[in-house]
Design a protein around this ligand. Structure first.
Ligand SMILES: [Zn+2]
Length: 450
Protein backbone atom coordinates (compact mmCIF):
# COMPACT_ATOMS: atom_id res chain seq x y z
CA UNK A 1 0.00 0.00 0.00
CA UNK A 2 1.22 3.51 -0.82
CA UNK A 3 0.07 6.90 0.43
CA UNK A 4 0.71 10.23 -1.27
CA UNK A 5 0.29 13.50 0.65
CA UNK A 6 -1.43 15.89 -1.75
CA UNK A 7 -2.31 18.65 0.76
CA UNK A 8 -2.37 19.62 4.43
CA UNK A 9 1.32 18.66 4.73
CA UNK A 10 3.21 21.37 6.60
CA UNK A 11 0.05 23.49 6.39
CA UNK A 12 -3.54 23.32 7.64
CA UNK A 13 -5.56 23.43 4.42
CA UNK A 14 -6.05 21.47 1.20
CA UNK A 15 -6.45 18.04 2.87
CA UNK A 16 -6.20 15.23 0.31
CA UNK A 17 -4.51 11.83 0.31
CA UNK A 18 -4.10 9.37 -2.57
CA UNK A 19 -3.89 5.77 -1.39
CA UNK A 20 -2.86 3.01 -3.81
CA UNK A 21 -2.76 -0.76 -3.64
CA UNK A 22 -1.55 -2.30 -6.89
CA UNK A 23 -3.61 -0.63 -9.61
CA UNK A 24 -6.42 0.33 -7.22
CA UNK A 25 -6.51 3.92 -6.03
CA UNK A 26 -8.80 5.75 -3.60
CA UNK A 27 -8.82 9.34 -2.42
CA UNK A 28 -9.45 10.46 1.15
CA UNK A 29 -10.70 14.09 1.14
CA UNK A 30 -10.34 16.58 -1.69
CA UNK A 31 -9.96 19.94 0.01
CA UNK A 32 -9.45 23.51 -1.07
CA UNK A 33 -6.25 25.36 -0.21
CA UNK A 34 -7.22 28.47 1.76
CA UNK A 35 -4.84 31.34 2.27
CA UNK A 36 -5.29 35.06 1.78
CA UNK A 37 -8.00 34.34 -0.80
CA UNK A 38 -9.96 31.36 -2.10
CA UNK A 39 -8.23 31.83 -5.45
CA UNK A 40 -5.00 30.30 -4.17
CA UNK A 41 -2.68 29.23 -7.00
CA UNK A 42 -2.50 25.65 -5.64
CA UNK A 43 -6.20 25.21 -6.33
CA UNK A 44 -5.66 25.86 -10.04
CA UNK A 45 -2.71 23.46 -10.49
CA UNK A 46 -3.55 20.37 -12.58
CA UNK A 47 -4.57 17.36 -10.46
CA UNK A 48 -1.47 15.21 -9.79
CA UNK A 49 -3.30 12.02 -10.88
CA UNK A 50 -5.73 10.89 -13.57
CA UNK A 51 -9.23 11.30 -12.03
CA UNK A 52 -10.54 8.44 -14.16
CA UNK A 53 -8.21 5.97 -12.39
CA UNK A 54 -9.69 6.65 -8.91
CA UNK A 55 -12.08 3.94 -7.70
CA UNK A 56 -13.75 5.87 -4.86
CA UNK A 57 -13.48 9.08 -2.83
CA UNK A 58 -14.03 9.09 0.94
CA UNK A 59 -14.87 12.40 2.63
CA UNK A 60 -14.14 12.68 6.37
CA UNK A 61 -16.21 15.84 7.01
CA UNK A 62 -17.86 18.82 5.36
CA UNK A 63 -15.35 21.63 5.96
CA UNK A 64 -14.29 23.20 2.69
CA UNK A 65 -10.59 22.46 3.26
CA UNK A 66 -11.60 18.76 3.01
CA UNK A 67 -14.23 18.96 0.24
CA UNK A 68 -13.65 22.17 -1.75
CA UNK A 69 -11.93 20.60 -4.78
CA UNK A 70 -14.55 17.86 -5.35
CA UNK A 71 -16.36 19.87 -8.08
CA UNK A 72 -12.99 20.38 -9.82
CA UNK A 73 -12.33 16.61 -9.60
CA UNK A 74 -15.70 15.86 -11.18
CA UNK A 75 -15.19 18.54 -13.83
CA UNK A 76 -11.86 16.84 -14.64
CA UNK A 77 -13.63 13.55 -15.37
CA UNK A 78 -14.11 11.68 -12.09
CA UNK A 79 -17.37 9.70 -12.27
CA UNK A 80 -17.01 7.19 -9.40
CA UNK A 81 -18.70 7.23 -6.01
CA UNK A 82 -18.14 9.81 -3.25
CA UNK A 83 -18.78 8.36 0.22
CA UNK A 84 -19.51 10.20 3.48
CA UNK A 85 -21.96 10.18 6.38
CA UNK A 86 -25.39 11.72 5.69
CA UNK A 87 -24.88 15.01 7.61
CA UNK A 88 -21.52 15.50 5.85
CA UNK A 89 -23.22 15.30 2.44
CA UNK A 90 -25.94 17.83 3.39
CA UNK A 91 -23.51 20.29 4.99
CA UNK A 92 -21.07 19.88 2.08
CA UNK A 93 -23.73 20.85 -0.42
CA UNK A 94 -24.44 24.15 1.40
CA UNK A 95 -20.73 24.89 1.94
CA UNK A 96 -19.71 24.03 -1.65
CA UNK A 97 -22.41 26.29 -3.10
CA UNK A 98 -21.31 29.07 -0.74
CA UNK A 99 -17.64 28.66 -1.70
CA UNK A 100 -18.58 28.54 -5.40
CA UNK A 101 -20.22 31.92 -4.89
CA UNK A 102 -17.09 33.37 -3.22
CA UNK A 103 -14.76 31.76 -5.80
CA UNK A 104 -16.68 33.14 -8.76
CA UNK A 105 -16.79 36.67 -7.27
CA UNK A 106 -13.03 36.60 -6.52
CA UNK A 107 -12.28 35.18 -9.99
CA UNK A 108 -14.29 37.99 -11.57
CA UNK A 109 -12.36 40.65 -9.60
CA UNK A 110 -9.04 39.08 -10.67
CA UNK A 111 -10.11 38.51 -14.29
CA UNK A 112 -9.77 34.71 -14.00
CA UNK A 113 -12.04 31.83 -14.96
CA UNK A 114 -13.71 30.43 -11.82
CA UNK A 115 -12.40 27.09 -10.53
CA UNK A 116 -15.84 25.53 -11.00
CA UNK A 117 -19.51 26.41 -11.37
CA UNK A 118 -22.72 25.61 -9.48
CA UNK A 119 -23.41 22.91 -12.14
CA UNK A 120 -20.11 21.20 -11.22
CA UNK A 121 -21.24 21.21 -7.56
CA UNK A 122 -24.55 19.62 -8.59
CA UNK A 123 -22.65 16.99 -10.66
CA UNK A 124 -20.54 16.12 -7.59
CA UNK A 125 -23.68 15.81 -5.44
CA UNK A 126 -25.11 13.24 -7.90
CA UNK A 127 -22.10 10.93 -7.29
CA UNK A 128 -22.58 11.11 -3.51
CA UNK A 129 -23.49 8.01 -1.44
CA UNK A 130 -24.07 8.18 2.29
CA UNK A 131 -22.96 5.46 4.71
CA UNK A 132 -23.25 5.06 8.47
CA UNK A 133 -20.38 4.78 10.93
CA UNK A 134 -18.91 1.22 10.91
CA UNK A 135 -20.52 0.40 7.54
CA UNK A 136 -17.87 -1.20 5.29
CA UNK A 137 -17.46 -0.21 1.63
CA UNK A 138 -15.36 -2.24 -0.83
CA UNK A 139 -13.42 -0.43 -3.53
CA UNK A 140 -11.13 -2.77 -5.51
CA UNK A 141 -8.71 -4.26 -2.99
CA UNK A 142 -9.72 -1.76 -0.29
CA UNK A 143 -12.18 -2.15 2.56
CA UNK A 144 -13.06 1.16 4.19
CA UNK A 145 -15.29 2.22 7.07
CA UNK A 146 -15.78 5.38 9.11
CA UNK A 147 -15.63 5.90 12.88
CA UNK A 148 -16.90 9.04 14.64
CA UNK A 149 -14.20 11.75 14.89
CA UNK A 150 -16.21 14.08 17.19
CA UNK A 151 -15.02 17.22 15.32
CA UNK A 152 -18.26 18.52 13.76
CA UNK A 153 -21.60 16.78 13.22
CA UNK A 154 -21.14 13.73 10.95
CA UNK A 155 -17.32 13.95 11.02
CA UNK A 156 -15.37 10.73 10.63
CA UNK A 157 -11.98 9.08 10.69
CA UNK A 158 -11.46 6.58 7.83
CA UNK A 159 -10.24 3.06 8.64
CA UNK A 160 -8.67 1.58 5.48
CA UNK A 161 -7.76 -2.09 5.13
CA UNK A 162 -5.70 -3.48 2.23
CA UNK A 163 -2.86 -5.99 1.77
CA UNK A 164 -3.36 -7.18 5.36
CA UNK A 165 -2.55 -3.71 6.76
CA UNK A 166 -4.79 -1.24 8.55
CA UNK A 167 -4.31 2.50 7.94
CA UNK A 168 -6.36 5.01 9.93
CA UNK A 169 -6.82 8.56 8.59
CA UNK A 170 -7.88 10.76 11.53
CA UNK A 171 -9.63 13.48 9.50
CA UNK A 172 -10.04 16.42 11.89
CA UNK A 173 -10.45 15.33 15.51
CA UNK A 174 -12.65 16.92 18.15
CA UNK A 175 -12.17 17.38 21.85
CA UNK A 176 -13.46 15.52 24.86
CA UNK A 177 -17.01 16.32 25.79
CA UNK A 178 -18.13 18.60 22.91
CA UNK A 179 -21.28 20.69 23.60
CA UNK A 180 -23.60 19.37 20.87
CA UNK A 181 -22.30 16.11 19.41
CA UNK A 182 -21.00 12.91 21.05
CA UNK A 183 -17.33 12.58 21.87
CA UNK A 184 -15.39 10.95 19.02
CA UNK A 185 -13.87 7.47 19.03
CA UNK A 186 -10.17 6.80 19.52
CA UNK A 187 -8.01 4.94 17.00
CA UNK A 188 -8.65 1.16 16.86
CA UNK A 189 -5.96 -0.79 18.75
CA UNK A 190 -5.08 -2.88 15.68
CA UNK A 191 -4.07 0.09 13.50
CA UNK A 192 -0.72 -0.41 11.75
CA UNK A 193 -0.36 3.13 10.41
CA UNK A 194 -2.00 6.46 11.24
CA UNK A 195 -2.25 9.86 9.63
CA UNK A 196 -3.15 12.35 12.35
CA UNK A 197 -4.08 16.04 12.20
CA UNK A 198 -2.11 18.43 14.42
CA UNK A 199 -3.86 21.81 14.17
CA UNK A 200 -3.48 22.39 17.95
CA UNK A 201 -0.66 19.84 18.38
CA UNK A 202 1.41 22.17 20.54
CA UNK A 203 -1.13 23.48 23.04
CA UNK A 204 -3.82 22.75 25.59
CA UNK A 205 -7.30 24.37 25.73
CA UNK A 206 -7.31 25.78 29.23
CA UNK A 207 -10.85 26.93 29.96
CA UNK A 208 -12.47 23.75 28.68
CA UNK A 209 -14.42 22.65 31.74
CA UNK A 210 -15.53 26.20 32.58
CA UNK A 211 -16.61 27.41 29.12
CA UNK A 212 -20.34 27.52 29.91
CA UNK A 213 -19.78 29.52 33.13
CA UNK A 214 -17.48 31.94 31.31
CA UNK A 215 -20.09 32.42 28.58
CA UNK A 216 -22.75 33.02 31.24
CA UNK A 217 -20.55 35.68 32.92
CA UNK A 218 -19.86 37.42 29.61
CA UNK A 219 -23.58 37.61 28.75
CA UNK A 220 -24.54 38.83 32.24
CA UNK A 221 -21.84 41.50 32.14
CA UNK A 222 -22.87 42.63 28.67
CA UNK A 223 -26.47 43.07 29.82
CA UNK A 224 -25.34 45.05 32.89
CA UNK A 225 -23.13 47.30 30.78
CA UNK A 226 -26.10 47.92 28.49
CA UNK A 227 -24.27 47.69 25.16
CA UNK A 228 -24.07 45.28 22.24
CA UNK A 229 -22.51 41.82 22.63
CA UNK A 230 -20.95 40.85 19.29
CA UNK A 231 -19.87 37.27 18.63
CA UNK A 232 -18.04 36.57 15.36
CA UNK A 233 -18.73 32.89 14.64
CA UNK A 234 -18.03 30.31 11.96
CA UNK A 235 -21.28 29.27 10.27
CA UNK A 236 -20.57 25.58 10.82
CA UNK A 237 -20.61 23.88 14.26
CA UNK A 238 -19.33 26.80 16.39
CA UNK A 239 -22.47 28.80 15.73
CA UNK A 240 -24.80 25.86 16.43
CA UNK A 241 -22.87 25.08 19.62
CA UNK A 242 -23.29 28.68 20.74
CA UNK A 243 -27.00 28.62 19.90
CA UNK A 244 -27.39 25.47 21.96
CA UNK A 245 -25.44 26.90 24.90
CA UNK A 246 -27.30 30.23 24.84
CA UNK A 247 -30.65 28.44 24.51
CA UNK A 248 -29.66 26.32 27.53
CA UNK A 249 -28.71 29.41 29.59
CA UNK A 250 -31.86 31.33 28.58
CA UNK A 251 -34.25 28.42 29.27
CA UNK A 252 -32.64 27.72 32.63
CA UNK A 253 -32.88 31.44 33.49
CA UNK A 254 -29.13 31.70 34.02
CA UNK A 255 -28.98 34.86 31.89
CA UNK A 256 -31.48 37.71 31.43
CA UNK A 257 -33.48 37.78 28.21
CA UNK A 258 -32.43 40.09 25.41
CA UNK A 259 -32.77 40.19 21.62
CA UNK A 260 -30.34 37.74 20.00
CA UNK A 261 -29.74 38.35 16.28
CA UNK A 262 -28.50 35.49 14.12
CA UNK A 263 -27.14 37.52 11.23
CA UNK A 264 -25.95 34.88 8.74
CA UNK A 265 -28.10 33.24 6.03
CA UNK A 266 -25.56 30.40 5.55
CA UNK A 267 -25.51 29.66 9.29
CA UNK A 268 -29.31 29.60 9.34
CA UNK A 269 -29.38 27.09 6.44
CA UNK A 270 -26.73 24.90 8.11
CA UNK A 271 -28.59 25.00 11.43
CA UNK A 272 -31.71 23.65 9.68
CA UNK A 273 -29.58 20.66 8.60
CA UNK A 274 -28.47 20.19 12.23
CA UNK A 275 -32.08 20.09 13.34
CA UNK A 276 -32.69 17.29 10.84
CA UNK A 277 -30.06 15.01 12.41
CA UNK A 278 -31.16 14.59 16.00
CA UNK A 279 -29.57 11.12 16.15
CA UNK A 280 -26.12 12.66 15.61
CA UNK A 281 -26.38 14.79 18.78
CA UNK A 282 -25.09 13.82 22.21
CA UNK A 283 -27.44 12.64 24.94
CA UNK A 284 -27.52 15.96 26.85
CA UNK A 285 -28.42 17.88 23.68
CA UNK A 286 -31.04 15.29 22.64
CA UNK A 287 -32.65 15.44 26.06
CA UNK A 288 -32.66 19.24 26.25
CA UNK A 289 -33.64 19.91 22.63
CA UNK A 290 -35.98 17.14 21.59
CA UNK A 291 -37.53 15.89 24.77
CA UNK A 292 -38.07 19.55 25.68
CA UNK A 293 -39.44 20.21 22.13
CA UNK A 294 -36.95 23.02 21.73
CA UNK A 295 -35.37 24.25 18.51
CA UNK A 296 -31.90 25.62 17.86
CA UNK A 297 -33.35 28.56 15.94
CA UNK A 298 -36.42 29.21 18.02
CA UNK A 299 -36.15 30.30 21.65
CA UNK A 300 -37.06 33.45 23.60
CA UNK A 301 -35.31 36.50 22.17
CA UNK A 302 -33.91 34.96 18.99
CA UNK A 303 -34.31 36.82 15.68
CA UNK A 304 -33.08 35.63 12.29
CA UNK A 305 -31.92 38.29 9.85
CA UNK A 306 -31.71 36.97 6.30
CA UNK A 307 -31.65 39.99 4.00
CA UNK A 308 -29.15 42.81 3.98
CA UNK A 309 -31.92 45.27 4.98
CA UNK A 310 -32.87 43.13 7.99
CA UNK A 311 -29.18 42.95 8.91
CA UNK A 312 -28.79 46.74 8.80
CA UNK A 313 -31.97 47.23 10.86
CA UNK A 314 -30.25 45.56 13.86
CA UNK A 315 -28.71 49.00 14.44
CA UNK A 316 -32.17 50.37 15.40
CA UNK A 317 -32.84 47.66 18.01
CA UNK A 318 -32.53 48.95 21.60
CA UNK A 319 -29.63 47.95 23.86
CA UNK A 320 -28.67 45.52 25.28
CA UNK A 321 -28.59 43.09 22.35
CA UNK A 322 -26.54 40.14 21.14
CA UNK A 323 -25.36 39.85 17.52
CA UNK A 324 -23.91 36.59 16.19
CA UNK A 325 -22.55 36.86 12.64
CA UNK A 326 -19.74 35.62 10.40
CA UNK A 327 -16.99 35.55 9.59
CA UNK A 328 -15.39 33.87 12.57
CA UNK A 329 -12.14 35.84 12.23
CA UNK A 330 -13.79 39.15 11.28
CA UNK A 331 -12.03 39.01 7.89
CA UNK A 332 -15.15 40.00 5.99
CA UNK A 333 -18.81 39.09 6.42
CA UNK A 334 -21.64 40.89 8.20
CA UNK A 335 -19.89 41.03 11.59
CA UNK A 336 -17.53 43.75 10.30
CA UNK A 337 -20.41 46.22 9.88
CA UNK A 338 -21.51 45.68 13.50
CA UNK A 339 -17.88 45.96 14.63
CA UNK A 340 -17.56 49.30 12.88
CA UNK A 341 -20.59 50.54 14.87
CA UNK A 342 -19.91 49.10 18.32
CA UNK A 343 -16.14 48.60 18.75
CA UNK A 344 -15.82 52.33 19.65
CA UNK A 345 -18.49 51.93 22.38
CA UNK A 346 -17.03 51.21 25.86
CA UNK A 347 -20.39 49.68 26.93
CA UNK A 348 -20.19 47.01 24.20
CA UNK A 349 -18.39 43.65 24.18
CA UNK A 350 -16.70 41.54 21.50
CA UNK A 351 -16.54 37.85 22.39
CA UNK A 352 -14.01 35.75 20.44
CA UNK A 353 -14.73 32.00 20.45
CA UNK A 354 -12.42 30.66 17.73
CA UNK A 355 -8.81 30.56 16.60
CA UNK A 356 -7.77 33.85 14.97
CA UNK A 357 -5.19 33.44 12.21
CA UNK A 358 -2.40 36.04 12.28
CA UNK A 359 -3.07 38.93 9.94
CA UNK A 360 -6.86 38.81 10.37
CA UNK A 361 -8.85 41.67 11.90
CA UNK A 362 -9.95 39.30 14.68
CA UNK A 363 -6.33 38.62 15.64
CA UNK A 364 -5.48 42.35 15.72
CA UNK A 365 -8.42 43.05 18.03
CA UNK A 366 -7.64 40.01 20.20
CA UNK A 367 -4.05 41.22 20.60
CA UNK A 368 -5.27 44.56 21.94
CA UNK A 369 -5.14 46.94 18.96
CA UNK A 370 -6.61 50.32 20.00
CA UNK A 371 -7.48 51.29 16.45
CA UNK A 372 -8.24 49.04 13.45
CA UNK A 373 -9.27 49.52 9.82
CA UNK A 374 -12.67 48.21 8.77
CA UNK A 375 -13.94 48.62 5.19
CA UNK A 376 -11.30 51.28 4.55
CA UNK A 377 -12.14 53.37 7.63
CA UNK A 378 -10.28 53.78 10.89
CA UNK A 379 -12.26 52.46 13.89
CA UNK A 380 -11.35 53.02 17.57
CA UNK A 381 -11.52 49.98 19.85
CA UNK A 382 -13.02 50.92 23.23
CA UNK A 383 -15.31 47.89 23.67
CA UNK A 384 -14.49 45.08 26.11
CA UNK A 385 -12.69 42.19 24.33
CA UNK A 386 -13.06 38.66 25.75
CA UNK A 387 -11.82 35.30 24.39
CA UNK A 388 -12.99 31.77 25.25
CA UNK A 389 -10.88 28.90 23.82
CA UNK A 390 -13.04 26.06 25.20
CA UNK A 391 -15.36 26.04 22.17
CA UNK A 392 -12.65 24.94 19.75
CA UNK A 393 -13.72 22.05 17.50
CA UNK A 394 -10.12 20.79 17.25
CA UNK A 395 -8.45 18.35 19.61
CA UNK A 396 -5.67 19.84 21.71
CA UNK A 397 -2.35 18.12 22.36
CA UNK A 398 -3.48 15.90 25.28
CA UNK A 399 -6.52 14.75 23.28
CA UNK A 400 -4.41 13.97 20.16
CA UNK A 401 -2.07 11.84 22.30
CA UNK A 402 -5.07 10.13 23.87
CA UNK A 403 -6.48 9.38 20.39
CA UNK A 404 -3.28 7.58 19.35
CA UNK A 405 -2.66 5.71 22.59
CA UNK A 406 -4.90 2.61 22.09
CA UNK A 407 -2.72 1.58 19.11
CA UNK A 408 0.66 2.60 20.52
CA UNK A 409 1.85 -1.01 20.81
CA UNK A 410 0.91 -1.81 17.21
CA UNK A 411 1.62 1.36 15.22
CA UNK A 412 4.57 1.11 12.85
CA UNK A 413 4.47 4.76 11.79
CA UNK A 414 2.42 7.88 12.53
CA UNK A 415 2.30 10.62 9.88
CA UNK A 416 1.60 14.05 11.35
CA UNK A 417 -0.26 16.42 9.00
CA UNK A 418 -2.75 19.33 8.99
CA UNK A 419 -0.76 21.75 11.12
CA UNK A 420 1.66 24.64 10.72
CA UNK A 421 5.09 23.06 10.03
CA UNK A 422 6.54 23.80 13.49
CA UNK A 423 3.40 22.68 15.32
CA UNK A 424 3.40 19.35 13.42
CA UNK A 425 7.12 18.88 14.24
CA UNK A 426 6.46 19.62 17.94
CA UNK A 427 3.61 17.13 18.05
CA UNK A 428 5.66 14.45 16.21
CA UNK A 429 8.43 14.83 18.83
CA UNK A 430 5.92 14.74 21.70
CA UNK A 431 4.20 11.57 20.39
CA UNK A 432 7.57 9.85 19.92
CA UNK A 433 8.60 10.84 23.44
CA UNK A 434 5.34 10.07 25.29
CA UNK A 435 4.00 7.08 23.32
CA UNK A 436 7.22 5.65 21.84
CA UNK A 437 5.71 5.55 18.34
CA UNK A 438 7.73 6.34 15.21
CA UNK A 439 6.56 9.63 13.70
CA UNK A 440 7.16 11.59 10.53
CA UNK A 441 6.02 14.98 9.23
CA UNK A 442 5.58 14.36 5.48
CA UNK A 443 6.12 17.15 2.99
CA UNK A 444 3.69 18.17 0.29
CA UNK A 445 3.69 15.72 -2.63
CA UNK A 446 5.67 13.04 -0.76
CA UNK A 447 4.79 9.39 -1.40
CA UNK A 448 5.43 6.71 1.21
CA UNK A 449 5.27 2.90 0.87
CA UNK A 450 3.55 1.28 3.88
ZN1 LIG B 1 -12.47 20.51 9.98
Amino acid sequence: MKIKFLGAAGTVTGSSYLIASGDDKVLVDCGLFQGESYCERDNFAPLPYDPKTIRAVFITHAHIDHTGLLPKLVKAGYAGPIYSTAPTRDFAKELLLDSEDILSREAEQQGQTPLYTAEDVEAAMRLWHTIGYKETVKAGGFEVHFIDAGHIMGSASAVIFAEGKRLVMSGDLGNENPPLIPEGELIPADADYAVIESCYGDRQHEDFGKRREILEDVIENAVKMGGALMIPAFAMERLQELLYEINFLVENRKVPRMPIFIDSPLAIRLTRVYEHYESFMNSEARKFMWQGRRELLNFPGIRLTLTREESRSIEQAPMPKMIIAGSGMSNGGRITYHESLYLPDPKSTLLIVGYQVSGTLGRQIQEGAKEVRIMGKSVKVAARIVSISGYSAHADQPRLLQWLSPARGNLKKVFVTHGEEKVSQDFAAKALNDLAVATEVPHLGEEVVL
